[in-house]
Each structure stands twice: as C-alpha cells, then as structure tokens.
Ligand binder design. Sequence first.
Ligand code: NI
Length: 399
Amino acid sequence: MERTKFKEKAKAYHGEMVNIRRHLHRYPELSYQEYETTDFIIDQLAELDIPVDHPLETGCVGIIEGKKSSEKVVALRADIDALPIIEEGNYKDEFFSENEGIAHCCGHDAHTANLLGAAHILADLRDEIEGTVLLVFQPGEEKLPGGGRLLCETGYLQEKGVDVIYGLHSYPELQPGQIAVKKGPLMARPDEFKIEVIGKGGHAASPHQAVDPIVMASQIVGQLQTIVSRNVNPTEHAVVTVGKISGGAAHNIIPEKVELLGTVRTFAQETADMIKNRVESIVKSVTEASGGGYTFEFDYGYPAVTNTDWATDNLVHVAQNLLGEKHVHILDGPIMAGEDFAFYQQEFPGTFFFLGSGSKKTDSTYSWHHPKYNVDEDCFLTGAALMASLVFEPIPKSG
Ligand code: NI
C-alpha cells in the first residue's frame, strides 16, 4: 500500500487529534476511574461507525472489521489514565487540567488522541483491511495491578485471536517525526517496596533512652546502595531507589518510626527475587543491630516489556518508509521505566516503541511524570500514520 496515503491522512486528521488531546488533557481521570474519558472515546468511535466492547469497567475496545475476509487480528493499544499530579505546564490558558490534582503528565491523552486518529485513517481504509483491527483503549496503566493485566485476565483478546499487538509511548527525548525502538528487552520490571523502621520514640536530648529509627533508616538507605554495586551481575541492568522517606515531627523528638518507599527495576524475575531478599536482609540486620524492628512489603509490578523480533521488524520497516531511515533510532539498551504493555506481550507477539514528542518550541522536553510534561502535537502526524500502517504489515505463519 502507498505509504504517502497514511501521511496525508494523518495530516488531514491532525486538527481533530489536537482537539481530542486537548479535551482529554482538560478533563484527566485517575487510573480505573476513566468513566468520562471512556464515554468520550466511545462517542468518537461511534462517529466512525466503529462498535465497541467493554471487557473492563473503564476503557473499551473498538472493533474494525475489514472488508477483506481473513483470520488476521491486529491490536493497537493506547492507555487512557492520568496521574495524581498538580500540573505546571506552560499552556495554562489553552487546555489546563480542570480536575484538581489530576493531570496527564505521562502523555496518555496524546496516546489516546493518536489512536483515535489512527481509527479515522483505518475507518477510511476499511475496504483494504484484511481481517480485524482491535483498538484497545486501556485503563489503569499507571497503577497496580495494571489495566493491561486485568484486560489479559478477562481472556477477551485471547478469544478474539489477536495475532500481534502494537503500542507506543510519547518520548520527550526525540523530536516529532522520529521514533526509537529495539528488539528484546525495552523497558524494565518495576517492583515496589515499603519498609517500616520501628524504633522507640523519646526526647532528642536523650538518645540513649530511645531507639532512633531515623539513624536506622539512614543506614538502610546507605546499605541499599550496595545491592546494585555488589550483588547484581555487572553485565545486568538494575536499579534500587528509595523515593520517599517519612518520619518525625519536630527538631527535638526522636520518632517511633520511619517509612521508606522505593522501587526496584530489573529485567529478570530471578534478579528481582534476589534484590527483594537482599533488601529485606539489610533491613533486618540494621534494625536488629540497633534494637529496633521492621515491617517489609514487596509488590511485584509489571513484567519487563520485551519486543518480538518480527513485530519489531514490521515496525522498523514501516517507520523507515514513512519517516526516513535516519529518523528510526535503534536503542543500544533498554530503559529502566516500566510499562504494563508487558502483560500483552506475555500472551501475544508484540512491539512497543517510543514516539518522538519533544521540542523546545512547545516546551515539551520534560521527562515522563514531570509536572510540566507536555507533548509536541506534531507527533500525531507520525504516530497515527505509523499505527494505521502497521495494520497492513504481514503476520508470519509461525507467529
Ligand atoms: Ni505513561
């Protein structure tokens, strides 16, 4: 099929995608509470005569039946939820969040708009589509257990016989018109831990009568740094970060306890298990040695995003054609952020990629989850064209 057609259509629907994105940005909803967002998506799809299914309470799946009969089923996925962040973006008057304390600071508004743009393109091309296209608007990417996991657990996509699934994330490190991807591991397993360091409170001037949880917590944070440097195989990627530490009330009181929240990023389950054990043994030994106590919780998050070779070849092929070879970046290594797209990849072949969305002129180079996170809306020109094109790529017989 003529590639330029996808580009032209993405351009024709660009204004629409911008409006959709700004509407969603203005009315963000938290994970698993995306009711209005879902209704909005359903209305948009209805205008295109695309029926929807509701395998979960929020989110939906649009179904495009191609006119050419075939068993082929291609799924395209967007996530739709926002974050509990007070946004600070420089677009205040235009489309600032009207839902207090909630904001689309991870670009899921853009992912949704982009997939709706692809829906427009595909609706136009129905006569040329072989088989079925599923437009997966998934809730709850930002929050465990993960909307992707819940959707896979319903068995809905398995029943539909999905052959391949593609997804993307806006990517501030590249400009619109560029993408980045790699075969194999692309994004890490994000696991979480919560540690309570329990001491004995007292007067700050009488530390000998207390057990100081702040001192214990400080030692723990220090020792946790040795896990990646001393226990993880240096050829492997891993991160242990304490992201929140809280305890104490005043300068002259030794508190009863201190809470530490953190994340572990790895690629292999065994490495995650090893780190979990090391974290707990450090907490145990430090608190024991100081006469304190602890509680320890470890939540396994999402698996690692691992791209299927042939689906990645499809993407690279399409992208090189649409964007030009030099705009398709093959990453040297994975990144340590996590994504619940990984759950789909445990069930189906699939590829996840990064869509360049950062530019100085739109002040959109802030990292994911930054209160000023923004996307350069020109990314829809590339993103919608790419997603729509992928539907026409071959599925290997053995795949
Ligand atoms: Ni995200």
